[in-house]
Design a protein around this ligand. Structure first.
Ligand SMILES: [Zn+2]
Length: 483
């Protein structure tokens, strides 16, 4: 058993987007169930003081725009953090080495420089512990949903200029572990702290994003700045939204926060708004597949989305993910979504303009709405910078046979569509052996003709219907603009 476990841990990386999911504790915070999160405010003299009341409110259970409601909404109630804000730890001067951190500010993504900040993290935890805070009360959750010897989550919030970072402390630590030993996780009050998120106090999205890393998620924006990276995800680009966006469908699927519907054969489906239902439709299996969800302006999340529609993602898990210990450093240098034409997760755009890939912004017209569709490219050519054709082909060019057609939006926000996936062999994949989100809630169905399928229509009839639909869509958009 021990041999099996250590083999699993050797293939268990920090921020691996669930290439491995047995490493809760050592590399990931628990991401399901009731969890306790410790926030340690760190205030350095000479910078604007922390607004402790605002922090208490943002991390409290009732703030509709806050941390707890965000995670409860994004997980459809499956992940329920409760946060304790520790009495603040204060410093008379910057606790970081002045040589590397002039003005006490930390550049984003500079992990080498940040190892110098480990002394500060160790000292902050030591000070909070010495002031009487009992970390052992904050381990109630783990891989099996019960206390596991690891604190459920620790984040520092500081008043110095700070973009935010999440740091695998135990992996890099060669010094004092605060329990009489050296290296590995910090141990306080008998419980371990293996990784720590840090954020400045003024950017709520960053606080939520950095904590996302501690759940096992990698960055989905493009650190190389060729383009913005993945839109519609709080681990990706968020420039369009001062509010906090939902996780993308792939991330929710992997976190087991989705209501996973696996498509098999031709199905007419009703896809409910993601923010209230968790609905994700998956077309294809293995490492490369398509995911569909219904995104639109919600009351708690996605408030700035310009319209409602289907978000369609092309996922390729072979892009820079492998789960090997320590490889997260590679992903910081060369991120999984850095290639706009072949990232780990790509958001398709209904308007066929490929603007996001060309470093423009996500905008109205990108979500799939009535009149839009997605089909195979029978020439069997892959998408690339020189072949800008929207299709459901794989990155090899191979035709997947996947189709998204006959989209209709209902008044309650539900979107109907006709989906095509391979006719058999789609129902057996599992993310895990037991628990919510491990298996599809539906796979295939008795095909019903509740929608208005174009199958069987003459080409002229189909064209007439398409034109009619497009006219209807324009009218609807005018109405929405007035509303
Ligand atoms: Zn990040």
């Amino acid at each position: 058993m021990l041999v099996i476990l250590s083999a699993a841990f050797a293939r268990a990386d920090w921020m691996d987007h669930f290439m491995v999911r047995e490493d809760v504790g050592i590399h990931k915070n628990p991401y399901l169930g009731d969890t306790k999160v410790v926030i340690i405010p760190v205030e350095v003299a000479g910078f604007p003081p922390l607004d402790t009341a605002a922090l208490e409110s943002f991390f409290g259970p009732d703030d509709p725009g806050g941390f707890v409601k965000y995670y409860e909404t994004a997980s459809i109630g499956r992940f329920r953090p409760r946060v304790t804000v520790v009495p603040k730890v204060t410093y008379a001067s910057c606790p970081l080495p002045a040589m590397q951190f002039p003005m006490c500010s930390v550049a984003r993504g500079d992990i080498n420089a940040f190892t110098a900040g480990m002394e500060m993290m160790r000292d902050v935890v030591k000070k909070a512990d010495a002031a009487g805070f009992d970390f052992s009360q904050h381990d109630i959750n783990g891989r099996r949903g019960t206390a596991d010897g690891w604190v459920d989550g620790v984040m520092l919030i500081t008043n110095v200029p700070f973009g935010g970072i999440a740091f695998p402390f135990a992996y890099f630590n060669r010094g004092d572990n605060l329990a009489g030993g050296t290296s590995g996780p910090l141990i306080v009050d008998g419980v371990k702290i293996g990784h720590i998120a840090i954020a400045g106090e003024n950017d709520m999205l960053v606080m939520v994003h950095e904590f996302g890393h501690t759940l096992g998620l990698t960055d989905l924006y493009d650190e190389s700045q060729k383009y913005d990276g993945l839109y519609l995800s709080w681990m990706g680009a968020w420039l369009y939204d001062p509010n906090i966006p939902l996780p993308d469908a792939e991330t929710r699927f992997r976190l087991r926060w989705a209501n996973w519907n696996q498509v098999q054969g031709r199905q007419r489906v009703a896809i409910r708004p993601a923010e209230t239902s968790g609905d994700v439709y998956r077309l294809g299996i293995g490492d490369e597949y398509y995911l569909i969800e219904n995104r639109g302006p919600g009351t708690l999340v996605d408030k700035s989305l310009p319209e409602r529609g289907l978000a369609i993602f092309h996922v390729d898990r072979t892009v820079k993910l492998d789960g090997m210990e320590g490889r997260f450093v590679d992903r910081i240098l060369d991120c999984v979504n850095c290639d706009p034409w072949h990232p780990y997760i790509r958001l398709l755009q209904a308007d066929n303009l490929f603007e996001i890939e060309q470093n423009k912004k996500f905008a109205a017209g990108d979500l799939f709405q009535p009149g839009d569709f997605l089909r195979p490219d029978t020439r069997a050519i892959a998408l690339s910078e020189t072949n800008r054709v929207n299709s459901t082909n794989f990155y090899s060019g191979a035709v997947s046979g996947i189709r998204v057609e006959d989209i209709r939006q209902l008044e309650d926000g539900t979107i109907e569509a006709t989906l095509d996936a391979p006719a058999e062999g789609q129902c057996d994949e599992r993310l895990c052996t037991e628990g919510e989100g491990c298996a599809p809630t539906t796979c295939g169905e008795n095909t019903t003709a509740s929608g208005c399928s174009t199958a069987g229509l003459t080409p002229l009839g189909a064209l007439a219907l398409l034109l009619l639909e497009q006219r209807f869509r324009r009218r609807e958009q005018r109405f929405l603009r007035r509303a």
